[in-house]
Design a protein around this ligand. Structure first.
Ligand code: PMP
Length: 427
């Protein structure tokens, strides 16, 4: 497959962008080789600048639940743009959008819009600290909550791929307030809360992890954390930036039946435009300025284009058949991949929750950071390029989630499985 134009553009990019990209994992450091430059997206497909076509399982890292250039969002954005691209002042659609979020996610009684997931999690942490008068937060090893200082401690995602568990530039005095525990370890959780619970402002986690690859929560893990947070007055923050509006209309919390105190959103909520949000209990949200003293603001927050795309998305997911369809396509795809890997004698674990999945090249169960690290990343890199050359675009790292959209159908699954049959054999 000829990708000479991508290659040339990457050289050009490296002269002016750090590492040639605007976000680290895009640079393909996790799999080697040059990243692909894209010209356009059409439903489940991406077309690169050399005219090659790929079935896309990155979906812009999660937002594109309905695939690329989804007409209802595109039309809504174009219509909104004609009326003005930004007001920096209240407008009706942002209120109606907030009402739709609250209808979909009952734990959210009030919500504030921001422009990225990182902004949402940073604000939620500040709010938890302000509400409790405590500084410490608890996060889980390998969970990623955005590139904010307090949260770049034992984070997954691009940080993991680059081997920078703590980034230089994060003050040690700040990082020391972020305590970490292994994901899915209920015993350690109980010990930790016995010892430190009353000093912890907030506990933040991905309810299904996507940022060390996909890891489902173990039975009882969420229940234990909910109970301990309530007991110790710790604010439970579910980071649903990835899972929100994807695993169900009401997100992972609807799936698992847990009520967090605060929830952060991003990705799907914006229908492919830059939107994030945080919301939760009224008594917490009333502390946010100007109703309360906790400062948080944004020039483009509630941006009418982003809100228009988000509204189209939230309307689409009111149809429960949409999630049934996603489940079926994802199951067919992942069962097929796993069967082909087994047939080719490739030890693997395929973790999937709804339309989020990862194939780990390890024979062992993957349920936390150390077990994810048992995966053979070199082998993943070879598999990655074998798939890429056969027209399948996967997340370029072993430690990321792949996503299925409603635009993926039988033809895309067939294409992917045919590529995978050859790719597994080539390993
Ligand atoms: N939280 C989670 C769970 C995420 O997956 C991400 C992004 N991958 C973020 C927060 C940060 O969101 P953003 O990149 O929009 O700042």
């Amino acid at each position: 497959m000829n990708r000479s134009r991508s290659h040339d553009l990457f050289r050009q990019a490296q002269a002016v962008l750090p590492g040639g990209v605007h976000s680290p994992v895009r640079a393909f450091r996790g799999v080697g080789g040059d990243p692909v430059f894209f010209e356009r997206g059409e439903g489940a497909w991406l077309v690169d600048v050399d005219g090659n076509r790929y079935v896309d399982y990155v979906g812009s890292w999660g937002p594109l639940l309905m695939g690329h250039a989804w007409a209802p969002a595109v039309d809504a954005v174009c219509e909104a743009a004609k009326r003005g691209t930004s007001f920096g002042a209240p407008h009706e659609a942002e209120v109606v959008f907030a009402e739709a979020i609250i209808r979909a996610v009952p734990s959210v009684e009030k919500v504030r819009l921001v422009s990225s997931g990182t902004e949402a999690t940073s604000a939620a942490i500040r709010l938890a600290r302000a509400a409790t008068g405590r500084d410490r937060i608890l996060k889980f090893e390998g969970c990623y909550h955005g590139a904010a200082d307090s949260l770049l401690v034992k984070a997954g995602s691009g940080v993991e791929t680059l081997g920078l568990p703590d980034s230089p530039g994060v003050p040690a005095d700040l990082a020391k307030h972020t305590l970490t525990l292994p994901y899915n370890d209920i015993e350690k959780l109980r010990e930790f809360f016995d010892r430190h619970g009353d000093t912890i402002a907030g506990a933040i986690l991905e309810p299904v992890v996507g940022n060390m690859g996909v890891l489902p929560p173990k039975e009882g893990f969420h229940e234990a954390l909910r109970e301990l947070c309530t007991k110790h007055g710790t604010v439970l923050i579910w980071d649903e930036v990835m899972t929100g509006f994807r695993l169900a209309r009401g997100g992972a919390q609807a799936r698992f039946g847990i009520t967090p105190d605060l929830t952060t959103f991003g990705k799907v909520i914006g229908g492919g435009l830059p939107v994030g949000a945080y919301g939760g209990k009224r008594e917490l949200m009333k502390l946010i300025a100007p109703e309360g003293p906790v400062y948080q603001a944004g020039t483009l927050s509630g941006n009418p284009l982003a809100v228009a795309a988000g509204q189209a998305m939230l309307k689409a997911i009111e149809d429960p058949a949409l999630f049934d369809g996603l489940e079926k396509t994802s199951a067919r795809l992942c069962d097929g991949l796993s069967a082909l890997a087994t047939e080719a004698g490739v030890p693997h674990r395929l973790n999937r929750v709804g339309s989020m999945w990862t194939i780990f090249f390890t024979p062992d169960e993957v349920y936390d950071y150390p077990t994810a690290k048992t995966a053979d990343t070199k082998r993943f890199g070879r598999f990655y390029h074998a798939m890429l050359d056969r027209g399948v675009y996967l997340p370029p790292s072993q430690f990321e989630a792949a996503f299925v959209s409603t635009a993926h159908g039988d033809a895309e699954v067939e294409h992917t499985l045919a590529a995978a049959r050859e790719a597994f054999k080539s390993l």
